[in-house]
Design a binder for this molecule. Structure first.
Ligand SMILES: Cc1cc2nc3c(=O)[nH]c(=O)nc-3n(C[C@H](O)[C@H](O)[C@H](O)COP(=O)(O)O)c2cc1C
Length: 351
């Protein structure tokens, strides 16, 4: 990725052996940019004795769509990746201890980060750290151009580096099967009053809201969209027999991210892999949006699992593709201030 003028210059090598409050701010400012289920930002950070600790904020859970907190922990995993990346880009080598208090996420920490040394960042890390600031979920129709196979291979290697796997759904019948499963999951969820109430709870009309999903970021179900299931198109041949228009149907890459096991450790890894994959895609000019509804429900998650060969556990489905260049740039979905999520324990302000 070419860095825009001046971008990346803030990432200077920091010669330090302790995680100072300044470094904690660098890490948490990056962490809060991570994607999270319903933009719930379900994390808490605390700097204690040079250790930056991450905990789940269960008060920000979505118990209907995410009853076991799987997606909440994944969101925290993505935030952990961002924090790690920002420190790496600053030349700080970081050790991460995951679930240091055991798997009970209500009682213990999700992760503890400490400085283990300093070394210049790889140029790739700086480019990813810059892309991290531009990443956002893009639910709009993509350009019809398919993402290149080499990019998908790169994303697969990135998820493997985080201990996860990635399957690209290319067989036409597998893609049709998945779109049916997605529609089925959507139907079940939107007919559940508790699910609708939860979505409403996380939907925001106020453009200044610092959490939740702004209405402008979602595609309403009454908005016609190009899909793999268009109506029969009769509007193709004009009076003189010429073709009137080419259909502009998106052909997104469909990626299933999974882990061998399930449970908090696997979810944390899946979140880290998701964070890495999304910033890599952003760096390559490729946009993404989750198709999470099929994994919310145990029954449809089992069907997704079968679509990937029946091994491991699917944790996330993504559609990836090139953004439509004619579309207006998406405004970023807002975040809470770091003062709301970072406790410096020594009493100094996180401002
Ligand atoms: C675990 C997880 C599950 C998500 N599920 C969905 C989903 O099913 N559909 C969707 O459109 N976005 C989904 N998202 C994206 C979030 O809504 C998005 O990250 C959040 O609103 C913040 O916006 P941003 O990604 O543009 O910064 C999910 C994100 C995470 C981390």
């Amino acid at each position: 990725m070419c860095l825009p003028d001046g971008e990346g210059s803030e990432y200077m090598v920091t010669d330090t052996t302790v995680l100072s409050s300044d470094l904690a701010r660098v890490a948490v400012e990056a962490a809060v940019l991570a994607p999270s289920i319903h933009n719930s930002q379900p994390w808490r950070w605390r700097l204690r004795d040079d250790v930056l600790e991450l905990s789940a904020d269960l008060a920000r859970a979505a118990p209907v769509a995410d009853p076991d907190h799987r997606q909440l922990v994944m969101s925290c995993g993505a935030a952990l990746f961002n924090a790690w990346l920002a420190l790496r880009a600053a030349g700080v080598a970081v050790g991460v201890d995951e679930l240091p208090d055991g798997p009970d996420i209500a009682a213990g920490r999700l992760a503890a980060m400490r400085v283990v040394g300093s070394c210049p960042p790889a140029s790739g890390d700086v480019a990813l750290a810059v892309a991290m600031r531009h990443r956002h979920t893009d639910r709009r129709p993509f350009d019809p151009a398919e993402p290149p196979v080499e990019l998908i291979h790169g994303l697969r290697r990135a998820t493997e580096a985080e201990g996860c796997w990635l399957v690209s759904l290319t067989r036409p019948d597998a893609r049709v099967e998945l779109s049916v499963v997605l529609a089925h999951a959507d139907w079940i969820e939107t007919h559940d009053p508790a699910y609708r109430a939860e979505l409403l709870h996380w939907s925001r009309d106020d453009p200044e809201a610092t959490d939740g999903i702004p209405r402008g970021a979602v595609i309403g179900s009454d908005t016609p969209r190009q899909s793999e299931f268009p109506l029969r198109d009769f509007d193709v041949v004009g009076e003189a027999g010429q073709r009137l228009r080419e259909p502009r149907v998106e052909r997104p890459g469909v990626l299933i991210l999974g882990t061998d096991g399930d449970g908090p450790a696997a979810w944390l890894h899946a979140g880290r892999a998701l964070g890495r994959l999304l910033v890599m895609a952003t760096a390559a000019g490729v946009a993404a949006s989750p198709l999470g509804q099929a994994i919310d429900l145990e029954a449809t998650r089992t069907l997704v699992r079968e679509a990937t060969g029946g091994f491991g556990m699917p944790q996330m489905i993504l559609r990836v593709g090139y953004p439509d260049l004619a579309a207006t740039p998406l405004p970023p979905t807002r975040r809470r201030q770091i003062t709301e999520v970072l406790d410096l324990a020594d009493g100094s302000s996180a401002d």
